[in-house]
Write a protein that binds this ligand. Structure first.
Ligand code: ATP
Ligand code: XMP
Ligand code: GLN
Ligand code: MG
Length: 523
């Protein structure tokens, strides 16, 4: 059960890829929302008593047999409704209009960027779009509404969709053929804000503080008096999840920090002291350097290294759970992009580029249920929640760091000696980035130690040492990335310091590869 909230929007999910983005835009407008699959929408409506309803898109087609419908009660409740794409189509169909499949109209669909023209004023457009203006939107549909339902009128048209936006101002029902929730509809967020605030009359004063309270109530409800273990890496996601869960269930939570010897300089101490001393969270610090480095000896293939590390993580978690008498739940800092990505990881049509470490194999092996309070959030929202929970900036703003740690930044064989060299170079690089005030402008920055030695001359002596590559990228979700354009003076300062201060490195290069074609990590 969630806390009763006065001002809620119900989002009815018909299976769109981007339903969570609708929720995100509603949150950005300062309004709380809950997503319910269409099959559970009637029950959610009763429970939440929402002030507005948004119907999502869908891979299904309204004319297809057995395709989803919204519960009729939603249309009879006197609550404003915004139907997006399939949502528009299904609303039109259920209220007496007509939707025809693309193959029947013979006009094909619209996929991607489109332009619409505003033909009539509409409450959705207030303060934003004027009659006669053209605006960019993002479309993704094959079917289209060919006859709107009684009471509606057309308020915007596009070349491929004469019903680009329809409105019934009396009932406050609106339908858009385009997707306002995606960033490629530049004014989309404002349109959604207009709907939830202006049309539904909500104040827009919802905050992460309330999200925190709702999640705490949910965690208590789910966990009861069970025991939870949480892998704590010091990364933002698991740190925020751990602090939130601890607030909910206190000592029923045990965190396990696996120090695999592949952490950055001083990182292990920092993580352990923050969580033990400042939060009083039960934390098991497993010093597993020997077993990880032992197992990595002789391994050079990137996937073999990753698989070994993933397996070893699971083994450590199993051992630690057994030591505390077993655990009923495994907590993870899974975010929404992880949820989407894992769809293609498991059985989807896409190829595996690399096996990202996660502890997903664990729950089945150990018969545990998952606690994932951040599942619907995006990274920047997790950072806001972290601040709300009082986590210090050094954790909240931290660049992502991969589970396999330095092992995937040392192409070839990983040894303690090479880890130590890399740790020093990486610390200098990040120190320079911080003192130049660039840390927050960069998504992720790190050094890589190459298995290549080159000749140099230092103090009239010949050197024959390793090459270090430095990398920095900007990104919003890690799925695509661009290089950070440092100025030359900055890079030469970094190169000079690393070569002068780190024994074992005599050459520094800058990685100028975007993603794609590169990946962010080197392995
Ligand atoms: N050294 C570690 N010890 C314990 N658990 C770990 C460790 N490294 C990773 N994990 C677990 O694997 C999960 C996935 O790691 P991931 O790097 O995606 O998230 P994160 O470390 O919490 O945040 P960030 O993405 O900011 O680094 C973590 O949430 C954590 O539960
Ligand atoms: O928890 C993680 N376990 C992993 O195995 C892993 N591999 C890559 N990454 C991080 O994911 C983002 C995208 O990385 P790539 O472009 O290298 O695939 C970047 O932020 C990477 O640092 C990982 N995170
Ligand atoms: N994105 C959507 O909601 C698409 C709806 C429907 N499948 C169509 O092609 O028109
Ligand atoms: Mg991490």
């Amino acid at each position: 059960m969630t806390l009763p909230l006065q001002d809620t929007i119900l989002i009815v999910d018909f299976g769109s890829q981007v339903t969570q983005l609708i929720a995100r835009r509603v949150r950005e407008a300062g309004v709380y929302s809950e997503i319910a699959p269409f099959t559970a929408a009637a029950e959610a409506f009763e429970r939440l008593k929402p002030k507005g309803i948004i119907l999502s898109g869908s891979p299904a087609g309204v004319p297809d047999e057995g395709s989803p419908r919204a519960p009729q009660a939603l249309f009879d409740a006197g609550v404003p409704i915004l139907g997006i794409c399939y949502g528009q189509q299904v609303m039109s169909h259920q209220l007496g209009g007509e939707v025809r499949p693309g193959h029947e109209t013979g006009e094909g669909g619209e996929f991607g960027r489109a332009f619409l023209t505003v033909t009539e004023p509409c409450a959705l457009f207030d303060g934003l779009w004027e009659v006669g203006e053209r605006h960019q939107v993002w479309m993704s549909h094959g079917d289209k509404v060919t006859q709107f339902a009684p009471g509606f009128k057309i308020v915007a048209v596009s070349d491929g969709a004469p019903f680009a936006v329809i409105a019934d101002e009396d009932r406050k029902f609106y339908g858009t053929q385009f997707h306002p929730e995606v960033v490629h509809t530049p004014d989309g967020g404002k349109l959604i804000a207009n709907f939830v605030r202006h049309v539904c009359g909500l104040a827009g004063d919802w905050t992460m503080a309330e999200f925190r309270q709702v999640k705490i109530a949910e965690i208590r409800e789910q966990v009861g008096d069970g025991r939870v273990i949480c892998g704590l890496s010091g990364g933002v996601d698991s740190a925020v999840a751990a602090v939130l869960i601890h607030e909910a269930i206190g000592d029923q939570l045990t965190c396990v920090f696996v120090d695999h010897g592949l952490m950055r300089l001083g990182e292990a101490e920092q993580v352990v002291s923050l969580f033990r001393e400042h939060y009083g969270i039960k934390l098991v610090h497993v010093n597993a350097e020997d077993r990880f480095l032992g197992g990595l000896a002789g391994l050079t293939d990137p996937e073999k290294k990753r698989k070994f590390i993933g397996g070893e993580f699971i083994a450590v978690f199993e051992e630690e759970a057994a030591k505390i008498g077993g655990a009923d739940f495994l907590a993870q800092g899974t975010l929404y992009p992880d949820v989407i990505e894992s769809v293609s990881f498991t059985g989807g049509p896409s190829v595996t580029i690399k096996s990202h470490h996660n502890v997903g194999g664990l729950p089945e092996r150990m018969n545990m249920k998952l606690v994932e309070p951040l599942r619907e959030l995006f990274k920047d929202e997790v950072r806001v929640l972290g601040k709300e929970l009082g986590l210090p900036d050094i954790f909240v703003g931290r660049h992502p760091f991969p589970g396999p740690g330095l092992a995937i930044r040392i192409p070839g064989e990983v040894t303690k000696e090479r880890c130590d060299i890399l740790r020093k170079a990486d610390a200098i690089y990040l120190e320079e980035i911080r003192s130049a005030g660039l840390y927050d402008a960069i998504w992720q920055a790190f050094a890589v130690l190459l298995p290549v030695r080159t000749v140099g001359v230092m103090g009239d002596h010949r050197t024959y040492d390793s090459v270090c590559a430095v990398r920095a990228v900007t990104s919003t979700d890690g799925m695509t990335a661009d290089i950070y354009p440092f100025d030359a003076a900055f890079l030469s300062r970094v190169a000079t310091r690393i070569i002068n201060e780190v024994k074992g490195i005599n050459r520094v290069v800058y990685d100028y590869t975007s993603k794609p074609p590169g990946t962010i990590e080197w392995e």
